[in-house]
Design a protein around this ligand. Structure first.
Ligand code: UFG
Length: 332
């Protein structure tokens, strides 16, 4: 279906989501060229292709790579992703997530890149009136992280309008969790912030208790609701996006979630069931910048790309992450 030796530039390809997509690219016969500064990524997570250590701000190096490897397609993950940190450090987020993305995209345009898959986020919706949210819903991001992603989407729209050979897909991820089936790669951060990861680490005794951030949201049990999606379904969506861009040459924006929301309490109950550990939780105040509810309407990606998720099961997702966390703890 595609030139099996085709090089695909993957920024942030040593990170959690990037490394799974690199795995799938390699398994599909593509050659990933991974560009990552290893600020949160792990070099040994890069299972296929070439690895180059570099920062997103180093446009000269990126340009050299695009030329050297004759890159036509880019999957752009490299970004900061912690919502609360973005509230406290807006410049850090706008600088890397927006400004450095702008320079990457500029280099792409100037050097003949045609296809660009962008890691966007459900955070672009912010406080939405619609559940589930559709791609054409009003964007109302409530933190600098979500705004930095929204601005980059707008930039891509404006650029693809005038540069007809450049097409993009912005994939709006909902809450990603779980790990590779063979447990080669998974989520590994020095300072994890994600709910499922922290809950599992608490079950393993790495933390004394888990904070429940906000118990008076306007939701049935008062805790915030998210749409949790397994990493392998999200990873597969990237491959479909890449193949679509190469074939159809059309820009698109897609949600990527299951359309099923779970509250923090529901996630914690399922985590306790999976781990069989009744870990301690502490009711805490809301985290700044957290929207109350984010649930995806993903009919568009199903219709246009034939995306058909396999792991729409919270228990399966948590169990997958649990296997990974146990392995990390053992230090294998
Ligand atoms: N939460 C807790 N306790 C914790 C950690 C999280 O109660 O210890 C709550 C949060 O307040 C939130 C929910 O669990 O309501 C999920 O929080 P995460 O930190 O796991 O995920 P976020 O929804 O904040 O953000 C994640 C990614 C973003 C992405 C977003 C899309 O980090 O990059 O999902 O929904 F944009």
């Amino acid at each position: 279906m595609h030139d099996s030796t085709e090089n695909i530039l993957v920024t942030g390809g040593a990170g959690y989501i990037g490394s799974h997509v690199v795995r799938d690219l390699g398994e599909q016969g593509y050659k990933p060229i991974v560009y990552d500064n290893l600020s949160t990524g792990n070099k040994d997570f890069v299972l296929y292709g070439d690895f180059i250590k570099g920062d997103l701000k180093d446009t000269n190096l990126i340009t050299k790579i695009i030329k050297k490897y004759k890159i036509k397609s880019v999957i752009h993950f490299a970004a900061y992703i912690v919502v609360e940190e973005s509230v406290n450090k807006p410049i850090k987020y706008y600088n890397n997530n927006f400004f450095n993305s702008l320079n990457l995209i500029k280099s792409c345009i100037e050097n003949g890149v045609e296809n660009f898959v962008f890691s966007s986020s459900a955070a672009v919706y912010g406080i939405s009136e619609e559940f589930p949210v559709k791609e054409n819903s009003q964007l109302n991001p409530v933190n600098p992280y979500g705004r930095s992603k929204m601005f980059t989407e707008i930039l891509l729209e404006d650029i693809s309008y005038i540069y007809k050979n450049f097409n993009y897909i912005a994939l709006r991820y909902f809450n990603v969790a779980g790990a590779d089936k063979k447990l080669r790669i998974g989520q590994k951060y020095e300072n994890p912030t994600h709910l499922i990861t922290l809950a599992l680490k608490t079950a393993l005794g790495e933390y004394e208790s888990l904070n429940i951030f906000g118990t008076d949201y306007n939701t049935p049990d008062g805790t915030a609701i998210r749409d949790y999606i397994h990493i392998d379904d999200l990873s597969n969506a990237h491959i479909l996006c890449l193949n679509y861009l190469k074939k159809e040459r059309k820009s698109k924006v897609f949600n990527c979630g299951y359309g099923q929301g779970y509250s923090v309490l529901e996630v914690l109950n399922t985590t306790k069931k999976v781990t069989k550990v009744n870990f301690k939780t502490v009711n805490s105040k809301k985290r700044e910048g957290d929207p109350p509810i984010l649930i995806a309407d993903s009919n568009l990606i199903k219709d246009k790309l034939g995306w058909s998720p396999k792991y729409n099961d919270l228990e399966f997702i948590i169990n997958s992450a649990w296997e990974w966390e146990k392995k990390l703890k053992k230090g294998e």
